[in-house]
Structures are given as C-alpha cells and as structure tokens.
Ligand binder design. Structure first.
Ligand code: GLN
Length: 543
C-alpha cells in the first residue's frame, strides 16, 4: 500500500498544540493496527534547533541517530513508541542548506535556483522520504501558522503533493482556535473563517477543521464553521482543553476524528484498541500518593525547556501510584546558608542537563545537600557532572575540583574534554586538540553502556547492556576513577570499552544515581524509564 499523508497546518495563533494533536491522531491510527510515522517541518532558518536557546524554543530533543530536533518529536515518540530520526524533522534552514550545497556542486546544471521549484522540490523530497518503512500513514506537521512568510514554501509543497500523490492519498487537517468570549458567553468562529480563507488563498482546501476551544462546541457552531470553511459538517471537530495531555487521544476518539480520517483516506483500519490508554488515564486520575521533587535549574521559568524531563517524572510517578509535583528551584538563588530553606518542602532532588557556568555552584551545593541528608537524588548529564565535582571537593578533598568547562585552570579537572576517544556510534576515533577547542562535536545520540552487577543502576534496568541518548561535550575524567570508587562513589555504568563513565552512584545512600546521558528522552507513559521509576520509588519510600 502507498503511504497516505496527513498534512497538519495551524491557524489563528501558535501554541495550539499541533504537535500533541499530531501525536494523538497518530496514536489513534496506530491503535487501529496501522503503521504510523510523524514528521515536523519547521519554517525557521536555523539548520536545527541545536543552537537555539531553550528559553525561546523549548527543549532540544535528541533522537537515537543523534539528531537535535524540535520538542514535538518527543511527543511523537512518547505517544507512538517508535523511534524518530533526523528525517522526521526538517527546518527551512536545513532545506536551504541542501539546496545551496546542490547548487555549489553544480547539480542544477547552470539553472537559476528558485524557491519554486527548487526549494519546494527539496521539501517534497524530504516529506516523501519520511515514510521509509512503508508506513500506512505519515502525519506531517507544518510549524508556525498559516500566513507566516517562512511557511509559504512548505504550504506550496504540500499543495503540489496532493496532485502528485493523488487525492485519495492526501488529507489536509487545519487546527485553529475558536475563542470563547466570556463577556458574551459565546464561541467565536471568525478567526477560524479567516484562517481557512488564508489557507484556501494558497490553494489548500482543508478536509478537516479541528478547533481548539475552552468549552464544548455546540453543533450549530460546527455547522457554521463547515458552511463558511467549505468542509463537511461532520469534518469539523472540537478539541476541548483537557487537564492532562494523555487524554487527548481519548478525547479525539470520542469525537470520532480517527474514524473520519480512516474513512476519508480509505485506510485499512481495524476497530481501535485503546485499553492501554484507558488504563493509563484511570491510573492518572486515581493516584494515591503525592511527592514533591525539587528541580534545580536555570530555565526555571519555562516549562517547555524541560519538556521530556517533566513527562518522564510524571511517568515515574504513575508507575509508583504517585502524583509528582515539580518545584523549580533557581540554582542561582542557592547558597551555603539557605539550602534548608529551599529544600525543606521537597522529598527528592533532581539536577537536569544544562550548559554554561551560570548557577553551577548552586547545583553543586544542591547535590552535596542531597548526599549529606540522604535525600533521593537524580543527576542528569550536567547534574552528574555537578555530583562528581561535589564529591571530589567534599569527600576526596580535591580543593578547586571542577569541570574544565567552568574553570579551564582547575587543578583537578574531574570532568574534562577528552582529547581522544573512540566513538562507538560513528565507529571512528574522535580527537580534540585542547580544552579551548570544542571541536564542534558533541557526543550526540544513542551510545551503549554496560552496567555493573549489584548496583542500583543495574537493579533499575534489570539488564546489563543498555543504550541511552547523549548530548554533551565533557566527560568524567578516568584518571580519578580509582579514588572515586574507593571513597564510595561507584562507577556503575561505563561504555563497553571501559573508556567513558556513563553512570555514577553512591554506595551509602538510599538512592543517589547520576548519569551522563539523558534518560528522559526514552521514557513514555506505557514504558516508564527504569531510572525515573526507581527515583520516584525511592522518594515514595523515604516520605
Ligand atoms: N555542559 C555539559 C557538557 O557539555 C553538560 C551538557 C548537558 O547537560 N547536556 O558536557
């Protein structure tokens, strides 16, 4: 069967949850026995979001193959439980980059290179390439809103694809906002009408209009939208706000959205099996315990910067019948004398990944506080590096110990840039000249790790060979390995060739585990990540 494409555009304003809508529709189609993949096309000019400030753009999500991608890919993986890759996310920047490279190579044989057809052809090539496993359905989400200048080549490309792939293989779904005007007690359809009008002026007639709204939409509103947007009345769906994002597939199912899509695209769909999702929602509605976790970070104000982390903590909570409340603690506010005030109300401490010097000393203090007070502690990437630095200073007596990222002249670079290491993912030797040369290379994507028997890490995973995703430059300095182990910080996970330390943990502590990788990228509500599960378990046991 030829892959069928569902193109999802957004109107009126951004942040309507196109990513969640795509992930939820994907889930419903998957539960009907179909193979599904999802792609995100971002109209911004950055080649990838790797260089973008999480404050502006939210988390950078890392795939198994080492791509730095938009956070929506995290939703796709969490809902579908299928790995995403580089070709699930393109930006205008990456498309233009490719076109310009082709031009430089002479691939266009002297022709004038233009947005139409060269850029649009490249976009179409990327779209068609996403269904690499001959999926039944590929959902393609176009970032931004209709009317954005940057988005136009993408809209033109998807317009053309309906002609090339055949009407029966392409469906356009437009997500809009139907605002509720409280004073009038009314839902307003005008912004939706305008947004569809804009889309139609670009040659795209949506087949389905999905309307975000605060309150239930009456039939008369749907009929009005259908009439003015030129769609079937039964192709207007409402997406009413829900309290928990995992309710979205269920809400769409109750609206009949997946059924309409299956009929419109003539998909070989079975009746959906949503039993796992119903169990999950039931569990989430009936959690018996409540725990508070302090997250010591820098981007404390913006939830989006730690999206996967937040979700993984929720999953870890569900696995332990506990609601997890996240308390964001600004690392820069922490000082020797005020730790107790900040941590009084939390039962577990987590230090997430991060870059740059700001807040580092606060994070180091936080890990020391957790160590001394036997508070369950989970360090992730930078969080592990802070725990290592703290242990070196306080227990090994290595004064001034640091990461060479934060202090290039530290007498004890317990975390450092390796000058040479064997990259098991790319099967090559990586070399760097000195500390000042970052070499432009981060360790990105999935790497193997071997766990030592009898450790908390190994107990969590229940196996010895695992694979986890990385995004960092600095590493644990093996020259100090012996000292750490003698003093009670076990190196419980290392690369199979023994050259890279991937997990450390404290022997004499209820649960103090820190890893160099980002486990949050591999957690989903149905398959909770073992480290998040055990971290929350230890918090529940301690409280
Ligand atoms: N800044 C640290 C490094 O580059 C940690 C990165 C991270 O936490 N993702 O190694």
């Amino acid at each position: 069967m030829k892959t069928k494409f569902i193109f999802i555009t957004g109107g009126v304003l951004s942040s309507l949850g196109k990513g969640l809508a795509a992930a939820s529709i994907g889930t419903l189609l998957q539960s009907r026995g179909l193979r599904v993949t999802i792609q995100k096309l971002d109209p911004y000019i950055n080649v990838d979001p790797g260089t973008m400030n999480p404050f502006q753009h939210g988390e950078v999500y890392v795939t198994e193959d080492g791509a730095e991608t938009d956070l929506d890919l995290g939703h796709y993986e969490r809902y579908l439980d299928v790995p995403m890759a580089q070709n699930n996310n393109y930006t205008s920047g990456s498309i233009y980059y490719e076109v310009i490279n082709k031009e430089r190579r002479g691939d266009y044989l002297g022709g004038t290179v233009q947005v139409i057809p060269h850029v649009t052809d490249e976009i179409k090539r990327c779209i068609c390439g996403v269904a690499r496993n001959q999926e039944h359905v590929a959902l393609v989400e176009i970032g931004g809103t209709v009317g954005d200048i940057e988005g136009q080549p993408f809209l033109e490309a998807i317009r053309q694809l309906r002609y090339e792939l055949g009407k029966e293989n392409v469906l356009y779904l437009h997500l809009t906002l139907v605002p509720y005007i409280r004073a009038a007690g009314e839902l307003k359809t005008k912004p939706t009408q305008h947004s569809v009008k804009e889309l139609r002026s670009l040659g795209i007639q949506p087949d389905i209009v999905l309307c975000r709204s605060e309150v239930d939409m009456e039939e008369s509103i749907k009929t009005k939208i259908a009439m003015f947007c030129n769609v079937d009345p039964d192709a207007v769906f409402s997406a009413v706000d829900v309290k928990n994002i995992y309710e979205v597939p269920w809400a769409f199912y109750n609206e009949g959205l997946d059924q309409k899509i299956a009929i419109m695209l003539k998909l070989p769909a079975k009746n959906p099996d949503l039993s796992k999702w119903r169990e999950l929602l039931y569990a989430m509605d009936n959690l018996k315990h409540k725990v508070r976790i302090g997250i010591v970070g820098k981007y404390v104000d913006l939830k989006e910067s730690y999206k996967s982390l937040h979700e993984a903590l929720v999953h870890g909570g569900v696995a332990n019948d506990a609601e997890v409340e996240l308390v964001h603690i600004n690392a820069e506010d922490l000082a020797e004398g005020n730790l107790q005030d900040h941590f009084r109300d939390v039962e577990g401490i987590l230090i997430p990944g991060g870059f740059g010097t700001r807040g580092i000393e606060g994070k180091i203090l936080a890990s020391g506080y957790a160590r001394e007070n036997k508070i369950p502690f989970f360090g992730i990437c930078l969080g592990m590096q802070c725990a290592v630095i703290e242990f070196a200073r306080s227990i090994l007596g290595l004064e001034g110990a640091n990461s060479s990222e934060f202090d290039a002249d530290t007498p004890h670079p317990v975390i450092y840039l390796m000058t040479e290491w064997y990259d098991m993912r790319n099967q090559c030797l990586q070399t760097r000249n000195s500390n000042s040369d970052k070499g432009g290379t981060m360790r990105l994507g999935a790497y193997p790790c071997r766990l030592k028997p009898g450790t908390k890490a190994q107990a969590a995973y229940g196996e010895t060979d695992i694979s986890e995703r990385h995004r960092h430059r600095y590493e644990f300095n093996n020259a100090y390995a012996g000292k750490f182990e003698e003093a009670g910080m076990l190196l419980s996970g290392v690369s199979p060739d023994n050259s890279l330390v991937e997990i450390v943990e404290l022997e004499d502590h209820p649960w103090f585990v820190a890893c160099q990788f980002h486990p949050e990228f591999q957690s989903n509500p149905m398959r909770v990540h073992p480290l998040f599960r055990d971290f929350i378990r230890s918090v529940c046991e301690a409280s």
